[in-house]
Design a protein around this ligand. Sequence first.
Ligand SMILES: Cc1ncc(COP(=O)(O)O)c(C=O)c1O
Length: 381
Amino acid sequence: MRRIDTIEPFRVMELLEAAQQLEAAGKSIIHMEIGEPDFPTPIEVISQAQSDLAQRSLSYTASTGLPALQQALSAWYKTEYDVDVAPHRILITPGTSGAFSLIYAVLLEAGESVLLPDPGYPCQRNFIRLAGADPINVPVTADSRYHLNADLIDTYWRPSTQAAVLINPSNPTGTVVDINFIKTLAEACEQHGGTLISDEIYHGLTYGIKAPSALQVSDDVIVVNGFSKRWAMTGWRLGWVVVPEALVEPCRRVMQNIFIAAPTLSQYAGVKALQLNEPLEVMRKAYDERRRYLLAELPKLGFEITVEPEGAFYIYANVAKLTNDSTSFCWDVLKQVGVAITPGADFGVNQPHLHVRFSYATGLQQLKEAVRRLKKYLTAT
Ligand SMILES: Cc1ncc(COP(=O)(O)O)c(C=O)c1O
């Protein structure tokens, strides 16, 4: 099979398009399928960008990033996690997605493999395939809070395996693991001669606990993060990756070729975004309120939530009591009562037919209406 034929569509986009068509035809739709903040980018960042647009040169920055942003992120790591990260190890990329295409291009040879949690963020598998390598879907359950653990790494690691991925907090389950857990993962990868890759894009969006960075346990891990979620800056396409010293130079060469540089205006905006506190806290509190509402209401409707999600803006629910075909269920719910939720099939092959993902990046009033509509749907069917 040619490499391009292994790339799967991002199915939620098909559901989103159908939802938008229904909306255009006058039907009211509540969007719980999208993994994108419903908040606008903080006004402070927009104002800064407006003045930068008028006053600064927006020519290319260095390929590895605007030095002022690398330094600001280094300072941010010290304040946020009390870790020292040299600015030159922080590479600025076009979104976290850019960081993934970069590191897999650098790390992987054709035929090599990477361990991924299943269910897990779907695009990961395809980044790995585009690098000519194989994603290995490792089924994870509530027992390991839906993350790879050291035992699973030992069981699934093959001679071809180069890395294992942690998404903490997880998309789609919102579950968070602590520093001791991360330490055992980093050690397991090291024992096999590979690397732990930690996707920390939902850091800062945790409720009642703080997610630790894998950089707190080792400098030999790869940490990916970005401005899309916590700072509500999806369209600015700005992310970063912290790499071990030995990878800085190979990454620089790849960055020069594949991106030249991340968007300059966004990089200046990133410096401003890192100074904010209160606007981020307002968004975090709103997500938490919505999370608590859904955690109370969804089980009453028959959606089973096995581990309390403590981060991101997702709830991954078991629908075994309601259906044995979550894809048809989601399409039917969309058509009948105008509530858009994502079927498990987007997140892997580990019992996808029995799961759906709710995103609560939608206002509380809308969520209340969604619960009312779901109740109506479930009573009628
Ligand atoms: C776990 C995870 N990683 C990475 C991304 C990509 O984010 P971006 O490219 O906007 O930084 C997403 C987006 O939904 C995500 O959920």
